[in-house]
Design a protein around this ligand. Sequence first.
Ligand SMILES: Nc1ncnc2c1ncn2[C@@H]1O[C@H](COP(=O)(O)OP(=O)(O)OP(=O)(O)O)[C@@H](O)[C@H]1O
Ligand SMILES: [Mg+2]
Length: 464
Amino acid sequence: MAKARSTAFFCKECGYESAKWMGQCPACRAWNSMVEEPVAKKTAAGAVPSLGRTGISGSGAAGTRIRPSLLSEISLEEEDRIDTGFGELNRVLGDGIVAGSLVLVGGDPGIGKSTILLQVCRNLAGSGLKVLYISGEESLKQIKMRANRIGPVEGDLKFLCETNLEQIEQAIEAEQPKVAVIDSIQTMYREDISSAPGSVSQVRESTGILMQIAKSRGITIFIVGHVTKEGVVAGPRVLEHMVDTVLYFEGDRNASYRILRSVKNRFGSTNEIGVFEMEEEGLVEVENPSEYMLDGRPEEASGAVVSCSMEGTRPILLEVQALVAETNFGMPRRTAAGTDYNRVNLLMAVLEKRCRYQLSRFDAYVNIAGGMRMNEPALDLAIVMALMSSYKDRPVDPGMLIFGEVGLSGEVRAVSQAAQRVNEALKMGFTSCVLPKVCLGKLKPVEGIRLIGVSNVREAIGLL
Ligand SMILES: Nc1ncnc2c1ncn2[C@@H]1O[C@H](COP(=O)(O)OP(=O)(O)OP(=O)(O)O)[C@@H](O)[C@H]1O
Ligand SMILES: [Mg+2]
C-alpha cells in the first residue's frame, strides 16, 4: 500500500487530484492550473459527497438496503417554490426558491451580495419561515448596522458568526431553519483539511458538506462566492457544477443599478435577469428598466438612437450613442463602451465598403448609455444609425425605435421576438419602429406605431 501523502496537487479548474505536479491537467486539459495543497484526511463522509446519504434515494439510514425508486413513488411537496419577496429574484430563480436547493451568488466586492441576501432573509422571516444567516466575514454588530439600513426585521431570523463548518453543521442541526445563508464560502473551513480557507480543496469539501445538508434536510442554502479578477467565482470550477443554481450580481461601479443574472439553473431558464437599484435602504427592484435606462435622454441630439434588447423574456429599451469626429492623427480612434468593440469595427467596415462612406478619417466612439452591457446582434442597426446620424449630424426622430442585425453584405437580418420589442416600444410611447423587413412580414399591424421594414443598411440610412 502506498504511504499516505500529506500534500497533493489540485486542478483549480476542475478539482482533479494528482500526486505529482503537471503542466497540463489530464482531466480538463487546462494549462498551469495545478496547485499544491494538503490532502484531506478521509472521513466517514468520504472525499466526494454522495447523494446516497442524503435520502434522495428514499432510504438514507445506515444499514438499510438502498433501493432505486420509480418516479411515481416520489411525492412532490405542495409548496415546493418559496417566494423571496422580490419579483425580480423569483423570476431569475425560475419562479421562486426550490426547497432543498443550493444557490451560489457571485459578484464583485461591494456589489451588494450580503445586502440582497439579508433582504431576502428578512422577507422570508417576515412570511413565517425560519432563517439562519451565517457570516464568516462580518461581526454581529456590522450585520446589525446593515439590518438597520434595510429596515425592521420581524420573525425568526437568527445570525451566527462562524467559519468552522462542523460548528455550522451543528447549528443548522439545532436550529432546523428552512433557509440558510453562508456568507462567504471562501471564509469557511473544515478542520480535517489543513489547507487555508478559500483554497481549492477547502472550498470543494465545504460545498460538499453544505450540499449534503441541503439535500438531506430540504434546507435551501444560499452561498456567497467571491469572484476572481476574471469575473468567475474563486475556487475550483467544480463549485459551479455542485450547486443547483449560479447567480451573478453585476453592475457598473459608477451606476446605482445592479443586475442579477443566472448562468446556471437546474430549475429554470438561464437568460432571465433581475434589475435592482442600490439605495440608502438597500436594494430596490426596478420594475420598468426601459424607463430607467431612457431617463434623461437628450432630445434632438445627433448620434443618439433608442434600441431594444431582449433579456430572456423581457425587452429592455436602451439608448445607443455614437460620436464620429474627424481624427487629428493618422490612426483613427475607435472605442466601444457597453458593447463589443470588434462588432463596432465590423459595422464601420460594412459602412465603408457597402455604403462608400470614408470613415477611416474619423474617430468613432460608441456608448450604451446607463452603463449597461449589451452584446445582442439586434443592436447592430441601432449602432449603424447612431454612427451615421453623428457623421451626418442629423438627429434621429426621438419617437423612433430601431433594431435589427446587420450582416457583412450590409443586409438587415431577422431578429427574434420582434413582436415583444414593438410592444415595449409602444408601451414606452414610441411612434415609429425601424425593423428588418423579414420580421415585418410576420407581424400584425399594431395600432399607434408605424412599422418601417428595411432590408439593407442603405435603406435605413435613407430614413435620416
Ligand atoms: N448608506 C448607503 N446608501 C447607499 N448605498 C450604500 C449604503 N451603504 C452601503 N451601500 C452600498 O452597499 C454596498 C455594500 O454592499 P454589501 O456589503 O452587500 O456588498 P457585498 O457584495 O456583500 O461585498 P463584499 O464582497 O465585500 O462582501 C456598497 O458598495 C454600497 O454600494
Ligand atoms: Mg458581503
